[in-house]
Design a protein. Structure first.
Length: 426
């Protein structure tokens, strides 16, 4: 006899006799006892932990958004997909455990190699997120969005001006193969895929007041012929409508190029700045008219629409190498709520104990989201999850525990930290 059958028989035996006539109250007591017995049984608890979560039926008043650069990039096409096809890889186990601990409802994963068949994503869900990591409950995301990005796509242009047109630096976004360093969005809430907007093909030259990389003689680094084909997004910019509790929240995600690995012309710094400017303009009335998506639709969001901007922006608003404090285009935009940034105890702890350039930085180390070499870069706030000003933040955080806190053994899985925020949905 199955566990469920045994449970029902046990419950009935508490109340039934041959002469008994059941009343409504008797039946309520019967089923209450069955539920109580079930809740006390370990088999039930294991089944409940493994059951898919359905937020549409949840009584919760909040939805948790997150952003996480998980460093799931590999050196060759198909390597990540193969690695995630079984359950033996240590690094994905740690990444999965972090996600299981934080349990976002909607999450952006930066640096996840793209494959059109989504085999890598399926493998990660089935073999890592869907399996308990160190006793944490599995987690499943019903809705997925991934798409092609500009990384590794050969431009057939000599973008770094080294005399060759076929290197990783000559791709529309740095990459050794198409899709390296891609992006994935996972959601428990419905993604309205017919309304998703992507901006992979938007040309840099079409942005008003764009920054222009210049040589020492102040001439433009890129020729007019190059700029006629140069795409702004190093990966892509996505507007992903998330349906929740009768509302739509636009999940605006990107991963701008790092503002380093160039020369005095600052070509990557300028591009990083304008990739960030793109979303600042997209959510600002009067500034988004120039924007067009990959289907030719023009414009951005209206002032009343809800959104969350997320991603590894590769820019700290106070420290690091970003050009013209690019992150402030977001954090100082009145349409965006940056009043209480996600923070952690570990950010401050590691800034103090690692020392180096960290001790000279201007920003609040509690807001840091990344950990790089302390002799030249240090720990920075590079990752963001920024809601629109018309959304209420109930809580937020950065998963960066100190050595004596739970989960401290997980943070070496990537040089970035998962950031999250809980939004009040009325």
């Amino acid at each position: 006899m199955s566990y469920a059958s045994n449970l029902f028989v046990t419950g009935v035996s508490l109340y039934w006799s041959p002469s008994m006539q059941f009343t409504k109250r008797d039946l309520l007591l019967l089923f209450s006892s069955i539920i109580a017995l079930a809740a006390s049984h370990p088999e039930f608890n294991r089944a409940a932990a493994q059951a898919p979560e359905d937020p549409l039926n949840s009584l919760s008043e909040t939805i948790r958004f997150a952003s996480f650069n998980i460093s799931f990039y590999r050196s060759k096409v198909g390597e990540l997909k193969q690695e995630l096809s079984d359950r033996t890889s240590a690094n994905p186990k740690k990444i999965a455990e972090i996600i299981q601990r934080v349990r976002p409802d909607v999450i952006l994963l930066n640096e996840f190699d793209y494959d059109a068949a989504e085999k890598g994503i399926d493998g990660f869900q089935t073999n890592y997120l869907g399996i308990s990591q160190n006793g944490n409950s599995p987690i499943h995301y019903r809705y997925i969005f991934s798409d092609a990005v500009n990384t590794g796509v050969n431009s057939n242009l000599d973008l770094d001006r080294n005399g060759s047109k076929n290197t990783a630096n000559d791709a529309f976004g740095f990459g050794r193969f198409p899709g390296q360093y891609g992006m994935v969005v996972l959601s428990k809430f419905e993604i309205s895929k017919t309304e998703v907007r992507t901006f992979k093909n938007f040309l840099w030259k079409d942005m008003p007041s764009r920054l222009v990389p210049r040589d020492n003689d102040q001439q433009p680094f890129y020729s007019p012929e190059v700029m006629e084909r140069f795409r702004l997004s190093s990966k892509s910019h996505w507007d992903i409508p998330i349906r929740t509790k009768g509302k739509t929240i636009h999940f605006l995600v990107a991963h701008p190029t790092p503002p380093v690995f160039d020369g005095p012309e600052d070509r990557n710094g300028c591009r990083n700045h304008d990739e960030i400017k793109f979303f600042s303009d997209y959510v600002t009335e009067g500034k988004s008219k120039y924007i067009y998506d990959d289907n030719g639709q023009k414009g951005g969001l209206s002032p009343t629409e809800l959104f969350v901007i997320a991603g590894d922006m590769n820019a700290d608003e106070n420290d690091g190498d970003s050009t013209e404090n690019a992150a402030r285009l977001l954090t100082k935009n009145p349409r965006i709520n940056n009043s209480n940034p996600p923070k952690s105890s570990g950010g401050k702890y590691y800034s103090q104990t690692q020392g180096g350039v960290n001790l000279k930085q201007k920003g609040n180390a509690e807001f840091d989201t990344s950990d790089f070499g302390d002799s030249n870069v240090g720990n920075l706030r590079l990752d963001y999850c920024l809601p629109s000003a018309n959304l209420k933040v109930k809580s937020s955080g950065v998963f960066w525990p100190k050595p004596d806190e739970n989960g401290a053994d997980l943070i070496d899985a990537t040089d970035h930290r998962l950031i999250w925020l809980d939004l009040q949905i009325d």
